[in-house]
Design a protein around this ligand. Sequence first.
Ligand code: NAD
Length: 253
Amino acid sequence: MGKLDGRVVLITGAARGQGEQEARLFAAEGAKVVLADVLDDLGEALAKELGESTAAYVHLDVSQEADWTAAVVAAKDAFGKIDGLVNNAGILRFNELVGTPLEEFQLITQVNQVGAFLGIRNVAPEIGAAGGGTIVNTASYTGLTGMAGVGAYAASKHAILGLTRVAALELAARKIRVNAVCPGAIDTPMSNPEGSDPEAIAGLYKKLVPLGRVGQADEVAKLALFLTGDDSSYITGQPFVIDGGWLAGVSLF
Ligand code: NAD
């Protein structure tokens, strides 16, 4: 028996990276998964691989409300209901705050923060209508602390934790639990867009991260599974850090 048997979960940013691993793990645990992304070729190929009875792909730019409306219709057409949402899609840009163009700050806010808000606004009523379920928002290590050079991103991820807490309070009566994952450095195209030498990256994280390595997308997927399944039945409104100990503090040794 799978941990998500009978569940229908919409995952944004599911074409690659953490969203892809969440889709694969959730499907392996019995869920029907609706894969949403703007990378249509990758998303469609993944849905095909997982199989028509298990996965459906939908084009969804999370920053566009009309796309959300269409995605909800497509998900219900494919699998009859939605009782889980993973707000995973996100973008990152590097810039000092005083050098960040307004358009860049607004783009990051629109995708990361407004995208999660639109997901909650459009999908929570469906989850409620299905009798309850879960929302997992993807924040970040930088949702809980600062990091120079990613001001707009960090602001959007702090906002996700605010959304998570308020949504948990407001949706508890509809039997919807809302939590957030806060990954540290995870090995995906976002953290390594140039596809840099894994050895060089390994050296960086050996010093920075107490566990001495970068995290893997499937490790975040396991946390998202915990928060989507019944194993977390008495947990809502919380951020969950998954960072190899990075946020624990500094070490002199
Ligand atoms: P990734 O870049 O591999 O995947 C992000 C996915 O989101 C991609 O498939 C991309 O096409 C999709 N996406 C981007 N903009 C979108 C939009 N407007 N609408 C729909 N989909 C869109 O990166 P990842 O590491 O898998 O990131 C997943 C989430 O984890 C993001 O929210 C990111 O901010 C967060 N995160 C990542 C790390 C890390 O180190 N990789 C650390 C902390 C948090």
